[in-house]
Design a protein around this ligand. Structure first.
Ligand code: DC
Length: 240
């Protein structure tokens, strides 16, 4: 049985809560931005990439051959992932174990595009994502939120940044978690993941037609957050 019971859909008046979808390529700054936007608006933050990462870690734990789609799909249906609201950011639990840091390892990063390319894996996770968003008051971030998971989201943002800037940010994140990687290797990893995420058959990464594009190459986190919060407040004003 799948269980995402811990983060629950918001139970507040629908008209005062909108759904915000943030999509974009690897290391475009989605997670930090989405977390801060959610905090400012008092919304739930849902990092869907963390779900795909946890699913990938389960496959690695179980020693599943990742080219065996049927095996990956079978294990995916029996995987228990829970997102738990923490003080600053959500914690990710896999089969009851806190894996918040482990899902960011280079090994998981290397394999997550393969696991997330399988339709059966996506079906399991998309269902949970839609459930969590059903009452609004949520900021979801990923690759296919505005196009597939919630095509009727009230506000869609497509975040982009040039690859050098994304590599710099990713290197910094890795260093903070104790992993040193060379510049070239980080650029290669990001470009490879972009290629796989954009070219897969099911729900490839692409900008929804009605998404606002936000190029963060030269923006500070505060400016990115402000842009989205303002856009959200405009929509809320029009709704009320
Ligand atoms: O955002 P991230 O780098 O943590 O995401 C990890 C991977 O998960 C990414 O390479 C592609 C996949 N992903 C996806 O396919 N769909 C999503 N909605 C979110 C992430």
């Amino acid at each position: 049985m799948q269980k995402f019971a811990i983060l629950k859909a918001q139970k507040t008046t629908k008209s005062r809560n909108i759904v915000i979808a943030i999509d974009g390529p690897a290391a475009s700054g989605k997670s930090t931005t989405a977390r801060l936007v959610a905090r400012k608006l008092g919304y739930l933050h849902l990092d869907t990439g963390a779900m795909y990462r946890a699913m990938t870690l389960r496959m690695l734990w179980e020693g599943i051959r990742l080219d065996r789609e049927d095996e990956v799909a079978r294990v995916a249906r029996e995987t228990d992932i829970a997102l738990v609201r923490g003080n600053d950011e959500n914690r990710v639990f896999l089969q009851g174990k806190d894996v918040t840091e482990e899902i960011r390892s280079p090994e998981v990063t290397q394999h997550v595009s393969t696991v997330s390319s399988y339709p059966a894996v996506r079906a399991v996770l998309v269902e949970q994502q839609r459930k969590l968003a059903e009452n609004g008051g949520v900021v979801l971030e990923g690759r296919d939120i505005g196009t597939v998971v919630l095509p009727k989201a009230d506000l869609k943002i497509f975040m982009v940044a040039d690859v050098a800037e994304r590599a710099r940010r990713r290197k910094e994140d890795l260093r903070r978690s104790g992993v040193e990687m060379g510049e070239e290797e980080v650029v290669r990893e990001i470009m490879e993941r972009d290629r796989k995420d954009s070219s897969r058959q099911t729900s490839p990464l692409r900008r929804a037609e009605d998404a606002l594009e936000l190029d963060t190459s030269n923006l500070s986190i505060e400016e990115q957050v402000e842009f989205i919060v303002q856009a959200a407040r405009d929509i809320l004003r029009k709704k009320s």
